[in-house]
Design a protein around this ligand. Structure first.
Ligand SMILES: Cc1cc2nc3c(=O)[nH]c(=O)nc-3n(C[C@H](O)[C@H](O)[C@H](O)COP(=O)(O)OP(=O)(O)OC[C@H]3O[C@@H](n4cnc5c(N)ncnc54)[C@H](O)[C@@H]3O)c2cc1C
Ligand code: SF4
Length: 510
C-alpha cells in the first residue's frame, strides 16, 4: 500500500496566525491554549470541532521561516535559540521546537505507537484505564490515517537508510524502514530544517488548519508568562508579544477563559509553571526523561550522499537490550567536519569524505532522570544525572550500531566519544568505549518529557489522569510533560493521542 494524495490523510497549507503588534490585546474564549505543538494542536482541533471557542498563544513566529541551514532553524524554530543544555553528570544539549506547529516543524516525523506494556503499566498507578493499550488503539489507528503514516518507501529512502536496512537484514535482527508521518515526502533529507516541499504532516498542516477553520484564533509571537487564577479557579492567561526579528517587546496579551490548557512542551511547560504566580506543587519540573543518546558513523568506499533520502528512515532493535533504539542519522556538513577533526582529518579531506558517510543514532529509554527549573532570566535550568546502567546501554547500542553499519557495507567507523578514534570492527569499538565515562560522550536529546507527570498524589504529580491540575480547577496540561514514564519510542504521536483523549474528557465534563 502507498499513500496517494486524496487517500484519506489530511494536508493543507499552513493556517493563518496573528503576528506581533505593539498595542495591547484583550480576548475572551472558552479555552485558552499555551503552545501549538502536537499537544496543543490536537487538543485545539478536538475542542473546536465541537464548537468550543479556543484561543491559542504561541511564542514562536506566525509563519514558517525555513532556510536549509542550522542557524536559521535555531534562531526561529528552536526554543531558547537551540541553546538548551542539561548539566549534572555532564553537558547534554536538549532540542525542542518553536513556532506554529512546535516540534513537528523540525522533527523527523518518525511515527511509533507507545508500546503496549508502557501504556498498560500506567493503568494501575493511575487507577484509570483511559490510556490502556486497548483504549488507545483506535486513537492511534485514526492518527495513522489522518496523518498519512507510511513506512519509508524505497524510491525515497536513499542509501543512508538502505545501508542500515541491509545491515539489519544481514544480521537477522528485527528492524527495517521506519514509519513516518510524511505522506508526500520526496526524500530531501532536511526535516530538521523544516519541510519546504509539503511532504511532512507537521501539525500546522492538519490539526491547526482544521482548528482555524472551526474558529480558533492563533496568536503567535506571544510569550505567555502567567495564569490568571480567581478563587482557586483558572480564569485565563497573560503574556507579551515580542517582535520575531528584533525581540522588541510589544503589546500585552490577556485572554480571559474559564479553562486553560498548558501545552508548552517537556521543557517549556515546567519552565513556564515555575514562573507563574500560583504554586502548582512540588512535582513541577521533577522526573525529566530525555531519551538521550549518541551516534556511530560509518565511512564507505561507495558514495552514500546521506543528504539524499528520507531523514531518519530506518531502525533496528538491539538483541538483548530492550529500550535501546538505533535509527538512521545524518549531520549537517559543518557538524560532520567537527566530528571528523579529532581523527586528524582536516577540512579538505572531510569534504572529500562527506559523500561517503553513513550514520546511526542510538537513543535509549532512560531510567536516568533530571529536573527542570527556571533561571531568573526565564531560561530553563535543566539538571540531568546519568545512571551507570544507562551509560552501559548507550555503549551497547553504539556497538550494535557498528555491527549494523559494517554488515550493511561501511568500511570503517568513528563516533563522537573522546579517545575512541577510528575503528574498523565492533569489537574494537567495544574495547575503546569500555573505559569511557559519560563525560567523554557528545550527547544529544530531543525528547524531553515527564516533567509535570499525571498521577494521583499531588506530591509526586502535577495533574490527574484527565489532565486537570491538582492545585487549580480549570487548569489542564496536555503535552509531553505529563507522561508518567519514559516511552522508549519517539513521542510526538503519543502526545497527539493523549491530548486528544484529554480534550475529549474536557468536552464530556462540560
Ligand atoms: C530535532 C527534533 C527531532 C525530533 N524527531 C522526532 C521524531 O522523528 N518523531 C517523534 O515522535 N518525535 C520527534 N521529536 C520530538 C517531538 O517533536 C516532541 O516530543 C513533540 O514536539 C513534543 O510536543 P509538545 O506538544 O509536548 O511540545 P512542543 O512540540 O515542544 O510544543 C510546545 C510549543 O509551546 C511553545 N511555548 C513554549 N513556552 C511558551 C510560552 N511561555 N508561551 C507561549 N508558547 C510557548 C513553543 O514555542 C512550542 O511551539 C523530535 C524533536 C526535535 C526537536
Ligand atoms: S525528507 Fe524532505 S520532503 Fe520528506 S518530510 Fe523531510 S523535509 Fe519533507
Amino acid at each position: 500500500m502507498r499513500w496517494q494524495p486524496g487517500d484519506g490523510f489530511f494536508w493543507r497549507p499552513e493556517p493563518r496566525a496573528e503576528a506581533f503588534r505593539t498595542d495591547d490585546l484583550e480576548l475572551e474564549a472558552d479555552v485558552v491554549i499555551v503552545g501549538t505543538g502536537p499537544g496543543g494542536a490536537a487538543a485545539a482541533r478536538t475542542l473546536a470541532d465541537s464548537g468550543v471557542r479556543v484561543v491559542m498563544l504561541e511564542e514562536g513566529p506566525a509563519k514558517e521561516r525555513f532556510r536549509p541551514n542550522q542557524s536559521t532553524v535555531m534562531r526561529y524554530h528552536m526554543q531558547e535559540g537551540g541553546a538548551m543544555v542539561a548539566t549534572g553528570s555532564t553537558y547534554m544539549p536538549i532540542a525542542a521546537g518553536r513556532g506554529v506547529g512546535g516540534g513537528t516543524l523540525i522533527n523527523s516525523a518518525i511515527a511509533w505507537r507507545c508500546p503496549d506494556e508502557v501504556l498498560d503499566g500506567w493503568t494501575a498507578p493511575l487507577q484509570d484505564h483511559r490510556y490502556s493499550s486497548a483504549n488507545m488503539r483506535p486513537v492511534y489507528d485514526w492518527l495513522w490515517e489522518y496523518l498519512g503514516v507510511w513506512e519509508t518507501r524505497p524510491e525515497i529512502s536513499g542509501e543512508n537508510n538502505d545501508l542500515v536496512v541491509r545491515g539489519v537484514r544481514a544480521l537477522g535482527w528485527e528492524g527495517g524502514y521506519l514509519s513516518r508521518y510524511t505522506p508526500q515526502c520526496i526524500g530531501c533529507g532536511t526535516c530538521f530544517y523544516g519541510c519546504g516541499t509539503g511532504g511532512k504532516a507537521s501539525v500546522n498542516h492538519n490539526f491547526l488548519v482544521e482548528a482555524v477553520e472551526n474558529g480558533v484564533r492563533i496568536q503567535a509571537d506571544t510569550k505567555v508568562d502567567d495564569v490568571l487564577v480567581t478563587g482557586g479557579r483558572a480564569a485565563g492567561v497573560v503574556g507579551r508579544m515580542f517582535h520575531p526579528e528584533t525581540g522588541e517587546a510589544g503589546g500585552r496579551v490577556t485572554v480571559r477563559a474559564p479553562k486553560v490548557i498548558v501545552a508548552a512542551g517537556g521543557i517549556g511547560t515546567p519552565r513556564f509553571l515555575k514562573g507563574i504566580s500560583t504554586d502548582l506543587g512540588p512535582a513541577v519540573g521533577v522526573g525529566l526523561h530525555t531519551h538521550p543518546g549518541n551516534a556511530v558513523f560509518g565511512v564507505c568506499k561507495h558514495e552514500v550522499n546521506w543528504w539524499k533520502g528520507a531523514t531518519q528512515g530506518a531502525w533496528c532493535h538491539v538483541p538483548g537490550f530492550p529500550g535501546v533504539l538505533p535509527h538512521t542519522s545524518s549531520l549537517p556538513p559543518e557538524v560532520a567536519m567537527l566530528s571528523l577533526a579529532p581523527l586528524g582529518i582536516g577540512a579538505a579531506e572531510a569534504i572529500r569524505l562527506m559523500p561517503h558517510l553513513v550514520g546511526l543514532l542510538v537513543m535509549i529509554s532512560d531510567a536516568s532522570s533530571g529536573t527542570v527549573g527556571r533561571w531568573p532570566d526565564g531560561r530553563a535550568n535543566i539538571g540531568y544525572d546519568f545512571l551507570p546502567s544507562d551509560v552501559d546501554r548507550i555503549k551497547a547500542g553504539m556497538v550494535a550500531g557498528a555491527r549494523v553499519l559494517l554488515a550493511g557495507g561501511a568500511d570503517w567507523l568513528f563516533c563522537a566519544v573522546s579517545g575512541v578514534g577510528r575503528v574498523s570492527s565492533a569489537e574494537e569499538l567495544e574495547a575503546r568505549l569500555a573505559p569511557a565515562t559519560i563525560r567523554d560522550f557528545t550527547l544529544y536529546a530531543s525528547h524531553p518529557m515527564s516533567t509535570c507527570r499525571m498521577g494521583l498524589d499531588p506530591n509526586t504529580s502535577v495533574v490527574r489522569p484527565d489532565g486537570r491540575a491538582h492545585a487549580v480547577e480549570g487548569l489542564y496540561l496536555a503535552d509531553s510533560s505529563i507522561f508518567p514514564s519514559s516511552l522508549g519510542v519517539n513521542p510526538s504521536i503519543t502526545t497527539m493521542a493523549m491530548s486528544t483523549v484529554i480534550a475529549q474528557g474536557i468536552l464530556s465534563s462540560g
